[in-house]
Design a protein around this ligand. Structure first.
Ligand code: COA
Ligand code: MG
Length: 281
């Protein structure tokens, strides 16, 4: 399984960050060609980013690249360039996805060049939020929905805070889970306040997000901590899964409580995260 507890952004235009971001400890590291890069620097940033994404191998964090929206010429140029070099183990983040057709276009471009790169769709527009369910099911190449609060709150006229965006956040989680994929939460913009980062990450986990993005490397450890199962959680998950597997009838009782199938599934997920963490060099 793919670990996706933390997802760190860095501007593609800052070449000195390209190596640093790989060593940040984030499960997914993403160079941005979109909001973090001014129009005058887009072409140079794209050229830089192609070498970085093309250099992805079997080890290390999952490398990702955020393209410009496919409704723009920059975005089309990004997709054209990246589909030529995208290795199988990488991900392309599509921003401001309004509908499922955008994912099918990206999927088709990658299929043409034979790349097995995954896609991540940013839900950050009113239309995208409305179409989140179709977007989540557009292609098996889609690995995650990423919630984008900044653009969305501006479009909704809502305050950029968790509570006014509750409906939107829940809808993204629901759309992702209904398609059998997972949702990742927006970065904390108040990135110097690590208590705030931890608090937001706990709230995200409680809502069903399985990871959270970040814009600064100092946020990676607190985010990973929230999404990493503790030793106790792992031990409990192991007992539950073992009890369930060793019951012939599919009905198991542990410590006087009936173990239900959905619980077994979430316990298995804890064990999968734990093994994926252990397998990391
Ligand atoms: N990825 C990797 N390394 C990063 C980093 C990032 N996103 N942000 C900072 N660093 C490095 C710095 O280069 C510095 O390294 P050094 O100690 O070797 O010099 C160290 O981490 C500390 O950085 P700091 O001085 O605290 O940050 P800053 O003031 O230089 O930069 C930001 C702050 C927000 C401008 C920067 O973190 C950033 O560009 N983040 C990403 C923004 C982005 O991509 N936005 C688009 C998506 S929402
Ligand atoms: Mg944006």
């Amino acid at each position: 399984m793919m670990l996706a507890r933390s997802f760190l952004f860095g501007p593609a235009s800052r070449a000195e960050l390209h190596d640093k971001i790989l060593g940040s400890g984030a499960d997914i590291v993403c160079l941005d060609l979109e909001d973090a890069v001014p129009p005058a620097d887009k072409d140079a940033a794209r050229t830089l980013a192609m070498g970085w994404i093309g250099g992805a191998g079997a080890d290390g964090p999952l490398r990702a690249l955020r393209l410009n929206p496919l409704s723009t010429r920059f975005g089309l140029a990004d997709l054209h360039a990246v589909s030529e070099v995208a290795p199988d183990r990488c991900a392309l983040v599509l921003p401001k996805v309004d509908d499922a057709a955008e994912l099918r276009i990206a999927d088709a471009a990658l299929r043409e060049t034979g790349s097995e790169a995954r896609l991540i769709a940013l839900i950050e527009s009113a239309r995208g939020l409305r179409n989140a369910y179709e977007i989540a099911q557009a292609t098996p190449r889609l690995a995650y929905l990423l919630f984008g609060a900044v653009d969305l709150s501006a479009e909704l006229g809502a305050e950029l805070a968790p509570e006014p965006l509750l409906y939107a956040r829940a809808r993204v989680v629901h759309a992702a889970r209904s398609a059998g994929i997972e949702a990742l939460d927006v970065p904390c913009l108040d990135f110097r306040d690590l208590d705030r980062v931890t608090e937001e990450t706990r709230a995200a986990r409680a809502m069903g997000f399985s990871g959270k993005a970040a814009i600064h490397p100092s946020n990676v450890a607190p985010i990973n901590a929230v999404f990493s199962p503790t030793e106790d959680e792992v031990a409990r998950a192991r007992r539950i899964v073992e009890a369930y597997e060793s019951s012939a009838s599919g009905l198991a009782v542990l410590d006087g409580k009936l173990i239900e199938r959905p619980v077994v599934r979430s316990m298995q997920k804890i064990l999968d995260i734990h093994s994926a963490m252990a397998a990391r060099p």
